[in-house]
Design a protein around this ligand. Structure first.
Ligand SMILES: [Ca+2]
Length: 285
């Protein structure tokens, strides 16, 4: 009866050895990258949980309407976009705890699509901190949803000198790929500093994900859910670092244009971006 005893002991020793090695490997793989600056911003400074059904809360948000010409841009918002933004409930409303931005295919003011774009300009602006939103994205070739920030000095210094931080951009035809980007003087549009993150075995249009940045002096960290997938610092940009002043928030879904290309024949309308909440935090006092 000894053999089974020794055999069992031997198996236990092998198991212990195996788990020890696995634990060591796990600790090596989860070790923090010490070159990255990580700060915890826990002081909530703004939140909209979209709890009240009806129109957006205009104490925090404003609509941006039309084709961009009212904002001093060429028609198509400077990117050859195809949508006309409205404030109609068909395109934007709060319902069931969510902000709904709905893209419709319809003839409207000489455009072929309608959608919505809102901003916190002159209402909610902050320098540094954590900016996050929980969002479910639309899907289909030619859709371009975004959760992004612009420098509050845009009217004085214009774009891209004001700076732009794209916390979440995405091409509707590529529903597993998130794109985080900064634009500034000398590194805007096609020259912007950008990184993609591919969601493993999942898609951004079939469930909610939290898109965020943690931003401080000389760094912007990009997160999706709990994954830190990029850090951008002054060394990464080929020009002046323009991220040391307040920024405001934008949410929109564009259609077509330079970034996503034409709308696909198989793209189904309507399409929706659902936003559960937007929250902003600062460093604790
Ligand atoms: Ca909510």
């Amino acid at each position: 009866m000894r053999t089974p005893f020794f055999s069992k002991t031997y198996r236990s020793l092998v198991s212990i050895l195996f788990f020890s090695v696995a634990l060591v490997l796990l600790c090596i793989s989860c070790e923090a990258d010490e070159t990255q600056t990580v700060t915890t911003f826990t002081n909530l400074t703004f939140e909209d949980n979209f709890d009240a059904d009806g129109p957006i809360d205009e104490t925090s948000w404003s609509y941006e309407l039309g084709d961009g010409t009212d904002n001093g841009l060429p028609a198509g918002w400077g990117n050859n976009e195809l949508q006309y933004y409205t404030d109609r409930p068909e395109n934007i409303k709060v319902e069931g705890g969510m902000l709904h931005i709905t893209v419709l295919e319809e003839s409207f003011q000489s455009a072929a699509y309608t959608s919505a774009r809102i901003t916190t300009k002159d209402k909610v602006e902050q320098q540094y901190g954590r900016f996050e939103a929980r969002i479910q994205l639309p899907w289909g070739q030619g859709l371009w949803p975004a959760f992004w920030l612009l420098g509050s000095n845009i009217d004085e210094v214009s774009w891209p000198q004001c700076g732009e931080i794209d916390i979440m951009e995405y091409r509707g035809q590529d529903p597993s790929t998130l794109i985080g980007t900064v634009h500034g003087p000398g590194y805007s549009a096609g020259e912007a500093v950008s990184k993609e993150y591919v969601l493993p075995n999942d898609r951004f249009d079939t469930g909610f994900h939290i898109f965020g940045i943690e931003w401080g002096p000389e760094y912007i960290n990009f997160y999706v859910d709990d994954v830190l997938y990029n850090q951008i610092t002054p060394e990464d940009v080929d020009g002046e670092w323009v991220f040391d002043h307040p920024f405001y928030i934008l949410l929109n879904v564009a259609v077509g244009g330079n970034f996503v290309g034409p709308v696909g024949a198989n793209t189904v309308f309507p399409q929706k971006m659902l936003v559960d909440y937007v929250r902003v935090y600062s460093r604790p006092n």
